[in-house]
Ligand binder design. Structure first.
Ligand code: FES
Length: 184
């Protein structure tokens, strides 16, 4: 004789609820799946977050880069130099290098400007005849001392520290993100 379970069948013999054993098994499997998913996400996230955060926690001390002998910079000239970032990543390739504009004001006085416009970072070029730095992106213009002459740049061109040591003009830079700039 077929005895109906009133909790599992309705008037048309359709199941209306799962037996308690099925519910608890489903809950258990759901919790196991969520747990394993969480573990997998953590296993992936920890090294990725570590790789992103490590450069920010690294030593940001200034590093000096030689850019040429003083006699390569005649007094009154402004010259583009390239140098390696302070702490280039092994896989950085060409992006491990940056550039700056070096001006020799007097025999003993050098000034080094960042090439990056303070608006959105485009590289500025030096127009010797006009004695202006020009930004090609949105028409930003800077005077020879790096202060803003026209256009959208909100601040003067940043300056690097500079010194002459060991017969070389040296630019003081720090690991990216550069934090050693002083406003011009
Ligand atoms: S990036 Fe130089 S003016 Fe906009």
């Amino acid at each position: 004789m077929n005895q109906e379970n009133p909790e599992t069948t309705g008037p048309n013999q359709l199941p209306i609820a799962n037996p308690p054993d099925n519910d608890s098994r489903r809950d258990f499997m759901m919790k196991v799946s969520l747990g394993l998913g969480g573990l997998a996400a953590t296993a992936v996230a920890v090294p990725v977050v570590g790789a992103l955060v490590a450069p920010l926690l690294a030593d940001k001390s200034e590093v000096w880069r030689s850019v040429g002998a003083p006699d390569q910079f005649p007094v009154g000239t402004t010259k583009l130099v390239r140098f390696e970032n302070a702490d280039p990543l092994k896989w950085a390739g060409e992006t491990a290098h940056t550039a700056a504009w070096v001006r020799r004001e007097t025999d003993d006085d050098f000034v080094v400007f960042s090439v990056n416009c303070t608006h959105l970072g485009c590289p500025v070029r030096w127009e010797a005849d006009a004695e202006l730095f020009m930004c090609p992106c949105h028409g930003g213009v800077y005077y020879r001392d790096g202060t803003v002459a026209a256009g959208p740049p909100p601040k003067p061109l940043p300056r690097y520290d500079v010194r002459v040591a060991g017969g070389q003009v040296q630019v003081g830079t720090a690991p990216i993100p550069i934090t050693k700039f002083s406003d011009g």
